[in-house]
Design a protein around this ligand. Structure first.
Ligand SMILES: Cc1cc2nc3c(=O)[nH]c(=O)nc-3n(C[C@H](O)[C@H](O)[C@H](O)COP(=O)(O)O)c2cc1C
Length: 327
C-alpha cells in the first residue's frame, strides 16, 4: 500500500493505533509496529522521566519499526504542564517517529519553539481534532498531519459531535497536510470507507484492546466481543470533558450524578484514574468508566495484531473490488 502516511513513516500499512491510557504500553505498541502498522505509547501512563524514557527504550528493543507517542493535554489531577513539557522533550531526545497530541495544541501549552525543534529532529507532529477549525489551527502552527476524530470514537470526542463520515472529507478538502480517520474503524469495510473519504490512514483503538498482545484482563476482551455498537455512552459533558465509555453500572451512576447537577467533587471518585487502571487489570467490567468507541459493535474475536492488520487490509482490498464492480 502507498499513501502519504506510509510514505511519511516508511510503514507497510496505513493503520495506526490511537492512544489508550493504561493500555498502550511497549508490548502492544511493538506488536502493532512489527505487524506493519504503527504502534502507540501513551505518555500519560508514566509519571517520571525515567519511567517514560525506559518505556520508549523498551519499545525500541521490541521493534525496530516506527511508533507514535501520545501526549494528552487535557485537565488531569496527576499529569501537569511540567509533565507535558518533559514528555515532548524526551520524545525529541529519543527521536521517536511521531507525536500524537490530543486536547490543547502543543504551541499553546508547551511553546511554539518546540514545533521547530521537532521538525529539526524529524519527529512528525499530529494533532487529534474534532473540527475543521482545529485542523486549520494545527496546519498553520506547523503540524505535519491531522487525526480527524469523529463523535463515534472512544476517549474524548470534541463536543461539536460531528461523525467521522463527515469530518474526514471536510478536513481533507480544507487542509493540505495528510488526514487520518479516527473513530468507527475496526475492519476492512470501515478502513476502505475511510480511504474513500479522503483519509491517508486510519487510527483504531477499541479494536486493538481485543488482541492477544493487549495487556488487559481477559474478562474485558470477552466483554468487548459481547457488546454492540449502541452500548456506549457520552459521560462528563457537564464538566466539559466529554468522554465515550462502555455502558456499565458506574457509567449509569456518573450519568445520574450529572443529571442531578452534581459537579466535579462528586464525579472525581467515580472516574478516578486508579479505579480505571484496576478495572482493566482485574477484569472488573462494572467498576469504572472504560473508554470505548462505537466500533465495539464490530469487534468479534481476539486475534494477534499481525492477523488483525493483515485481515483488515485483505478485506478492504476485496471490499474495494466489490464496489468497483458496481460501477
Ligand atoms: C481504552 C481507551 C483509552 C483511551 N485513552 C486515550 C488517551 O489517553 N488519550 C487520547 O488522546 N485518546 C485516548 N483514547 C482515544 C483513542 O486514542 C482514539 O482516538 C479512539 O478510541 C478511536 O476510536 P475507536 O476506539 O472507535 O477506534 C482512548 C481510547 C480507548 C478505547
Amino acid at each position: 500500500m502507498k499513501t502519504a502516511i506510509t510514505e511519511m513513516f516508511g510503514i507497510k500499512y496505513p493503520i495506526i493505533c490511537g492512544a489508550m491510557m493504561w493500555l498502550c504500553k511497549p508490548k502492544l505498541c511493538a506488536a502493532i509496529s512489527n505487524a506493519g502498522g504503527m504502534g502507540n505509547l501513551t505518555a500519560g501512563n508514566y509519571s517520571t522521566e525515567d519511567e517514560f524514557r525506559d518505556a520508549i527504550r523498551e519499545t525500541k528493543k521490541l521493534t525496530d519499526k516506527p511508533f507514535m507517542v501520545n501526549v494528552t493535554i487535557l485537565p488531569s489531577v496527576h499529569i501537569t504542564a511540567e509533565h507535558h513539557k518533559m514528555f515532548v522533550r524526551v520524545c525529541l531526545e529519543e527521536k521517536v517517529a511521531g507525536l500524537e497530541i490530543s486536547g490543547t495544541p502543543l504551541d499553546k501549552v508547551v511553546g511554539k519553539e518546540y514545533i521547530g525543534l521537532l521538525k529539526k529532529a524529524g519527529v512528525k507532529l499530529f494533532h487529534k481534532v474534532g473540527s475543521v477549525r482545529h485542523a486549520v489551527h494545527a496546519e498553520k502552527a506547523g503540524y505535519d498531519g491531522i487525526y480527524a476524530a469523529g463523535i463515534e470514537e472512544g476517549g474524548h470526542p470534541l463536543n461539536d459531535d460531528v461523525t467521522s463520515m463527515v469530518l474526514t472529507p471536510r478536513i481533507a478538502e480544507t487542509v493540505k497536510i495528510p488526514v487520518v480517520t479516527v473513530g468507527g474503524i475496526a475492519d476492512g469495510r470501515t478502513f476502505a470507507a475511510a480511504l474513500a473519504l479522503g483519509a491517508q490512514a486510519v487510527m483504531m483503538a477499541t479494536r486493538f484492546v481485543a488482541t492477544q498482545e493487549c495487556e488487559v484482563h481477559d474478562n474485558i476482551k470477552q466483554e468487548l466481543i459481547k457488546r454492540q455498537e449502541y452500548e456506549t455512552a457520552l459521560i462528563c459533558k457537564s464538566i466539559g470533558l466529554q468522554g465515550r465509555a462502555i455502558k456499565n453500572k458506574i457509567v449509569e451512576e456518573v450519568l445520574a450524578v450529572e443529571a442531578k447537577g452534581g459537579g466535579l467533587e462528586q464525579l472525581i471518585p467515580l472516574i478516578a484514574g486508579q479505579r480505571v487502571k484496576e478495572a482493566w487489570e482485574c477484569g472488573y467490567v462494572d467498576s469504572a468508566p472504560m473508554m470505548m468507541g462505537q466500533s465495539v459493535g464490530l469487534v468479534k474475536d481476539i486475534p494477534t495484531c499481525k492477523d488483525l492488520i493483515e485481515r483488515i487490509v485483505a478485506d478492504a482490498k476485496a471490499d474495494i473490488e466489490r464496489v468497483r464492480n458496481i460501477f
